[in-house]
Design a protein around this ligand. Sequence first.
Ligand code: ATP
Ligand code: MG
Length: 235
Amino acid sequence: MITVNSSPVLSCRSLVKSFPAKDGRDRLQVLRGVDLELKSGQMIAITGSSGCGKSTLLHLLGGLDRPDQGEVWWGDQPLNGLSGNELANLRNRMIGFVFQFHHLLPEFSALENVMMPALIRGDGSRSASNRAAVLLERFQLQDRMHHRPSELSGGEQQRIAMARALMNEPPVVLADEPTGNLDEDNTEQMLELIFEIRSEFQTSFILITHEKDIAARCDVHFLLQNGQIDTQEFG
Ligand SMILES: Nc1ncnc2c1ncn2[C@@H]1O[C@H](COP(=O)(O)OP(=O)(O)OP(=O)(O)O)[C@@H](O)[C@H]1O
Ligand SMILES: [Mg+2]
């Protein structure tokens, strides 16, 4: 039984973000004032056309980049004003991030990649290794644990990236197209695992997806368009 309680575990207000345009004069306005609240145990889907700013928004929410204007909170902690180190420490405990292009460390095995957030937190390597192995088994990767990312398929790398994001049992997981490289069966397995994890740990998820039927299975579906979340559909 999922209880979505009322205080947000992550929220943002009036987020604005632009990038330098190619000609070096005008800036590319990507986000033009985005407001969002994620509650404990809630699952939000974000869809929108390619280049509309979905990854940009997720990076700001995950504290991986800073907005031009506006604020992000993790629980009641505003990110504005935190130093790089404070932000990194808090992120390690609060946020699991699944990058659109995985960003697994190429020189480490699947197991070592999944262990990494726990080692950074200061866990001993034996307990980190045991827990990473259990997680990889849940993703049916027990036979691939000792391979490096370059020896694994795109879908396997995606599952490892999700396992890594879950390693420290963060209250919030931000996942950028976590099923983008998966076939139908593996997509279904990944979604079932996400639903299981949220039941077990009351984890909150924001999933970026291009697939309408995945968005429909989430609690809330936001469409990012013209730099704003201007349509809400409830799944
Ligand atoms: N560091 C950057 N410097 C300059 N432009 C950037 C930068 N990052 C993103 N952009 C531009 O901002 C816009 C939004 O990019 P973003 O990656 O957020 O899109 P997206 O919605 O995630 O797209 P996709 O569905 O293809 O992944 C794009 O036009 C992109 O080229
Ligand atoms: Mg993207």
